[in-house]
Ligand binder design. Structure first.
Ligand code: SAH
Length: 505
């Protein structure tokens, strides 16, 4: 059955983004992001989640408190209109925490229903429960709390009827930092013991998490003294005492390191591996993946590369993970597989490329002692009688060729894939400007990034961390002035370099 309706694709996913830790997005939320044409997100939804939708158009709606930037009515209209544009689009609306716990998700769903736009609700992990959990506070506990209530301190959202809450053991207060003194006083006036333990958790589940503790009587002052602000959840109840025993997140060794809470921009290709991002996240960094380059098929579809490869006997040189990926998709496209490589010996530029080969069941015959094209060329155990074939991108540099020819070894190159520039969109550019450090994956990433320099943003002054001396040279040549090089060729060493760069060493 075909659908004639122009808005056949119009669909809205209202997604709970979770409280901040990007790992708390649900799988359904991830899938909806992956399928989105357009993503609308606000300040409570961690922008790191946008890594699931690198090709989607992203729209930022709302700084703290919707009204400062765009009204709720405008957001409702924007959601509906965006879904109906361009013959119907898939819209992912990312909302902090859960969709239907405050934050007006119900109204956004109603707007879709009213306009006849299909929608789904993808519930999320609410900060009301998760922020306390990351502070080591369970909202219920068999011995001390059998019920909890979630309330808002924002009178615009309805306010609370404190006297009706007298039988509830744990109170979870959202949007209540600013009015905390008034709210605490009203709770005491309505009969709650002033000595009830209380804690306020700011930016729960993120590496900016901060916690103040006290009693119902003292918490407002404690929050002021600590300088805590929105977004924060305040927990009132005996369960707060359990933090002494159950504190786990904000005293873990990974919490509060040099990268903790800092934005680290990782230049990468759209389909490249995000292993580095995982290493950085484990150190508490908020990772911004900046796709500066993207890979495309060779201009002739790889026909020439395939032809040379067919009759080639000698050393096949692979100088990136992408070369391995592209080689296998080329073989696959020609209905071939790894057996087509049986008659060549394979040299990988470094351990990472060798690993990509190993993942496809191939052992590299040679890997230089130090990764890099220069070393590959100098160390390759070939003699003058052997030929080399370098399958690479149209941007390959001449270093490898020069090093080989210096040893009298013949060199042939064929285009296996193309590297094209991809400029980051507005939102990513904005975050990039505020990044504490930048990691450069390659010389071409350095050159692409240098081109982004304009009147109000000069990436060349940012501290950058790079994996190897060659990328460092390329970065300096491109104009970067603050380059830190990893001590060894590993992701952990690169993360160490990023830490040194942040500390200004
Ligand atoms: N739908 C959201 C709540 C939106 S109302 C949810 O389910 O979590 C906005 C309020 O949520 C903030 O004022 C703050 O009280 C709370 N909040 C959201 N994220 C938070 C976080 N990471 N840490 C502490 N409080 C948070």
């Amino acid at each position: 059955m075909t659908q004639a309706s122009t808005s056949s694709r119009a669909f809205v996913s209202l997604i709970g983004a979770g409280p901040g830790d990007p790992g708390l997005l649900t799988l359904r939320g991830q899938h909806a992001l992956q399928n989105a044409d357009v993503v609308l997100f606000d300040y409570l939804a961690n922008p790191e989640l946008l890594r699931w939708c690198p090709d989607a158009h992203t729209i930022y709606v709302g700084k703290k408190g919707f009204s400062e930037y765009i009204t709720q009515e405008q957001i409702n209209a924007l959601i509906v209109n965006t879904a109906q544009q361009n013959g119907g689009q898939r819209v992912a609306r990312l909302k902090g925490g859960d969709v239907f716990v405050f934050g007006r998700g119900g109204e956004e769903a109603e707007a879709c229903a009213h306009a006849g736009v299909g929608f789904e609700i993808v519930p999320g992990v609410t900060s009301a429960i998760a922020a306390p959990a990351y502070a080591g506070i369970p909202v219920t506990h068999r011995d001390v709390a059998r019920s909890f209530a979630v309330l808002t301190g924002n009178t615009r959202e309805g306010g609370a009827h404190y006297e009706r809450l007298s039988g509830v053991d744990t109170l979870l207060l959202l949007m209540g930092v600013r009015n905390l003194d008034t709210i605490a006083a009203e709770l005491i006036a309505s009969g709650r013991d002033p000595q009830t333990p209380a804690a306020t958790v700011q930016w729960g589940s993120t590496h900016q998490q901060r916690v103040a503790t006290g009693t119902l009587e003292t918490i407002a002052q404690a929050v002021k003294d600590a300088g805590l602000e929105a977004p924060a959840v305040t927990v009132v109840g005996e369960v707060v005492k359990l933090r002494d025993k159950l504190r786990w997140f904000d005293n873990a060794p990974t919490f509060g390191g040099p990268l903790s809470g800092k934005t680290v921009a990782v230049t990468r290709t759209r389909d490249g591996s995000s292993a580095l991002s995982d290493v950085l996240r484990a150190r508490g960094a908020s990772v911004l993946e900046v796709p500066l380059i993207r890979f495309e098929a060779a201009s002739d579809g790889g026909g020439a590369a395939l032809n040379v490869l067919r009759d080639f006997r000698g050393w096949l040189l692979l100088t990136s993970n992408q070369a391995v990926t592209a080689l296998f998709s080329l073989l696959d496209g020609a209905e071939l597989d790894a057996r087509a490589l049986a008659h060549v010996r394979i040299a990988a530029v470094g351990p990472s490329t060798a690993r990509s080969l190993a993942e496809r069941g191939l052992r590299a015959d040679f890997v230089p002692s130090t990764p890099g094209a220069r070393h590959l060329g100098a160390e390759l155990p070939a003699d003058g009688g052997e030929a080399t074939l370098h399958l690479t991108s149209q941007l390959a540099e001449d270093e490898l060729q020069r090093a080989l020819e210096a040893h009298g070894i013949g060199y042939t190159r064929a285009e296996l894939y193309r590297t094209e520039a991809a400029a980051p969109d507005e939102n990513r550019l904005e975050r990039l400007k505020n990044a504490a450090v930048l990691t450069l994956a390659s010389g071409s990433a350095a050159r692409h990034l240098a081109k982004l320099a304009d009147a109000d943003f000069n990436p060349l002054n940012m501290p950058v961390a790079v994996m190897g001396p060659q990328t460092a040279d390329a970065a300096r040549e491109a104009g970067f002035t603050r380059v830190t090089v990893a001590e060894t060729a590993s992701l952990e060493a690169l993360a160490d370099a990023a830490e040194r760069a942040v500390r200004g060493e």
